[in-house]
Design a protein around this ligand. Structure first.
Ligand code: MTE
Ligand code: MO
Length: 482
């Protein structure tokens, strides 16, 4: 017996080193949480920022609204794996297996404790959210579809309203340390406290907000009542002068998280860019930009404005670059394409799974859905198509204006067996939702939301479907990257 020819493995994995790395990660995360921060999220945000755009788009596509937990898991595992490989190669085993097990468990426990502490801090801030009062509140609105069965609610519950940003966790702004800075063109500047903002003559308006990553059948959009003041009025109130010629000036919005958006000033003023302090008559939640954000109806979220606003500045046109433009997105603001969605039957919000899932339905049912075309004058018509036949108009709820979505319903009488149901939106300006599928980058998704149905008489009642309220996801677990 000889050792000749027997080779040592090239790389060894040191479980002890990996476990110590886990422990260190957990302890650092716990320590950071006492200051309202997260080390893992900070690394994740950098990783997303430096990742090539296609990788980010691919991750969003694959994970839908769960990319945040995924990114965190990847980071923690990568830390442990790297340590295990690095030390496995270089030296003796760091610790005994029993110690490694204890260290790993302690690391994971510390990590979970840190995350819990951060979640608790955010819930405390959200619980303190006060009423945002306005002198003349908007009247209650009705689109006449209140009694429709299985309809999406007209106003999206703030807890269900999608949250999308570059942060793995929303910044927690302490309003006692916060002021909104306003910078004019000639070095004139103002600073407004949260209390002063609340005391401005605030107004309300109803509008839809949609992310460019809204894919067919997803729910990365919502309709809400926003409380705020036009950006132009804010500059006037703060005594910062607006130029007479607004066509050669940009409005630069900067946020606490470093995110920045730039809109030509004339577009911002004419397009109704608003400083927003509240949603659904309450102060903004941490996830949606507390204490203040900018929202411009009719533009997709990333162009419409910034959450956790820090400053609004005027600059000569074309000098300042927006965060997304720096990452390859168009410099002209992108608008949501006209889109119709089937809400019932179906599983709204789920990333499309392949192969397409067949839904069992009873032969007689009433499909419901929503449609929107905020940059095209609103929704004029919604049409459905069964099995590739002719497009026929659905029944529409009342039109609440260009910035509202419109609910629709259509009775179906299906023969037994398989069917395909598609839907499309026709806007008031005549634009017909394109059936040609496109990806969200760079101008939003096109194509028809289409369901595969299997009509079966053995289903005495309509498709069992999780109640909408059961779908409430803590906003933090929702998506992130843009
Ligand atoms: N500060 C900041 N503002 C931001 C973003 C961000 O990453 N940081 N993301 C934008 C994007 S991509 C969208 S779709 C909207 C989402 O707003 P919501 O989370 O309230 O739905 O916020 C926009 N404002
Ligand atoms: Mo977005």
């Amino acid at each position: 017996m000889s050792n000749v020819g027997r080779q040592r493995p090239m790389t060894k994995f040191d479980v002890g080193a990996a476990s110590l790395a886990l422990l260190a990660t957990g302890v650092i995360e716990l320590a950071a949480s006492t200051r309202g921060r997260s080390a893992v999220d900070a690394i994740g945000e950098i990783a997303v920022a430096v990742s090539p755009l296609p990788l980010v788009e691919w991750t969003i596509r694959l994970t839908g609204t769960t990319d945040k937990p995924l990114i965190r898991t990847v980071i923690v595992s990568a830390a442990a794996t790297t340590a295990g490989l690095a030390l496995g190669r270089s030296g003796p085993r760091a610790v005994r297996p029993a110690v490694a097990t204890v260290a790993s468990a302690a690391g994971i426990a510390a990590y979970v404790a840190g995350r819990k502490r951060l979640d608790a801090a955010r819930s405390r801030q959200d619980a303190l959210r006060a009423q945002v009062t306005v002198a003349s509140p908007l009247a209650d609105v009705s689109d006449g579809a209140e009694q429709w069965e299985h309809a999406e609610p007209l106003f999206t519950d703030v807890n269900r309203f999608y949250a999308t940003d570059v942060n793995l966790r929303p910044p927690l702004v302490d309003v006692d340390d916060w002021q909104l800075e306003l910078n004019g063109l000639r070095g004139d500047r103002g600073a407004v406290s949260y209390g002063e903002l609340l005391a401005l003559p605030l107004q309300e308006r109803d509008a839809l907000l949609a992310c460019v990553h809204q894919r067919l059948g997803w729910d990365r959009l919502g309709y809400q009542r926003w409380t705020g003041i036009p950006v132009g009025d804010l500059f006037a109130a703060a005594g910062v002068e607006l130029p007479a010629d607004t066509t050669t000036v940009d409005l630069v919005m900067e946020a606490v998280d470093g995110y920045r958006q730039v809109l030509p000033l004339d577009e911002a003023l004419d397009g109704g860019s608003w400083l927003v302090l509240g949603m659904d008559r309450k102060a903004l939640s941490a996830a949606h930009g507390f204490p203040a954000r900018v929202m411009t109806p009719g533009l997709v979220g990333q162009y419409s404005g910034v959450k956790w606003l820090r400053s609004l500045s005027l600059a000569p046109s074309g000098i300042e670059t927006a965060t997304w433009v720096g990452r390859g997105w168009p410099s002209d603001a992108v608008v949501p394409p006209p889109m119709a969605r089937i809400d019932y039957p179906g599983e709204v919000g789920m990333p499309p799974r392949l192969p397409k899932r067949m839904l069992d339905v009873s032969p007689a049912l009433t499909a419901t859905g929503t449609a929107w075309a905020p940059a095209h004058g609103g929704v004029a018509d919604v049409q459905i198509r069964l099995d590739g036949g002719v497009w026929t108009s659905a029944e529409l709820a009342n039109d609440l204006g260009p910035y509202a979505w419109r609910r629709w319903r259509a009775p179906l009488n299906l023969t037994q067996g398989r069917h395909e149901l598609a839907v499309r939106c026709i806007a008031h300006d005549g634009t017909i939702q394109s059936g040609l599928s496109t990806n969200p980058f760079p101008n939003g998704t096109a194509g028809h939301h289409t369901l595969a149905l299997n009509a079966t008489a053995t289903l005495l009642r309509p498709t069992p479907q999780p109640s909408r309220s059961a779908k409430i996801v803590p906003v933090e677990s929702e998506k992130t990257s843009m």
